[in-house]
Design a protein around this ligand. Structure first.
Ligand code: ATP
Ligand code: PMV
Length: 190
């Protein structure tokens, strides 16, 4: 397993902006320095194969993904119950960059795995947005999803190292992202 200098575990509710902020950070760092890893990647790939679905469309932010979310959650939790590190191990294979952004940490088992293997490098970033903002982005409460571990697993008992507020104020967001980028560069220099 490669040893990174920094791992950002990005977490937050649906439509809070995890992918959006991941890309804001990732696009400002060279691809030789920073890589985006998605715990849902191997899950969606396997699920798409088993159910003859369009894998690429499961990766985007449209209704297509939401249609299968509840079933994917259940499918993924069956694997995590048997082996909590199942998806974590898969996404870190053959990674060589020093900065890893895991854009979709959703459970304590995800955080525990990275803290166990990379205690010094792991930093938890919580993305927050109001329900009003999330609704404007297409979110609506869905039973079996928004009351599940997938969405609520990190609501309590986690000390976030960074909290990024993403409620549509671009300048405020930019200032927060720049502070995080400064932190990343400092980590790279040591
Ligand atoms: N600050 C922002 N300004 C403009 N659009 C935004 C902003 N933040 C998020 N969005 C948009 O809102 C939608 C949801 O954002 P995103 O996909 O990043 O959320 P997410 O937390 O990854 O959601 P999910 O958990 O469903 O994948 C996307 O279409 C994204 O482009
Ligand atoms: C099934 C699941 O992986 C879907 C995640 O999709 P996304 O990160 O919201 O694009 C969520 C989960 O693993 O609980």
């Amino acid at each position: 397993m490669a040893f990174p200098k920094l791992i950002l575990l990005i977490c937050g509710k649906r439509k809070s902006g995890k992918d959006y902020i991941t890309e804001l950070i990732h696009c400002r760092l060279d691809s030789s320095i920073c890589v985006v890893l998605r715990l849902s990647g191997p899950l969606k790939e396997q699920y798409a194969k088993q159910h003859e679905l369009d894998y690429d469309r499961l990766l985007d932010a449209t209704e297509y993904k939401e249609r299968y979310r509840a079933d994917m959650i259940q499918w993924g939790e069956e694997r995590r119950t048997a082996d909590p590190g199942f998806f974590c191990r898969q996404i870190v294979q053959d990674v060589s960059q020093p900065v890893w952004i895991v854009s979709d940490a959703r459970r304590k088992s995800d955080i525990d795995w990275f803290r166990h293997h990379y205690e010094e490098q792991t930093v938890i970033v919580r993305v927050v947005a109001s329900e009003k903002t999330r609704r404007q982005r297409g979110w609506q409460f869905t039973e079996g999803v928004d009351d599940s571990q997938s969405e609520c697993g990190l609501d309590d008992g986690v000390n976030f190292d960074w909290v990024i507020t993403n409620d549509g104020q671009d300048l405020e967001l930019e200032a927060q992202v720049l502070r995080l980028l400064t932190f990343i560069h400092e980590k790279l220099l040591h």
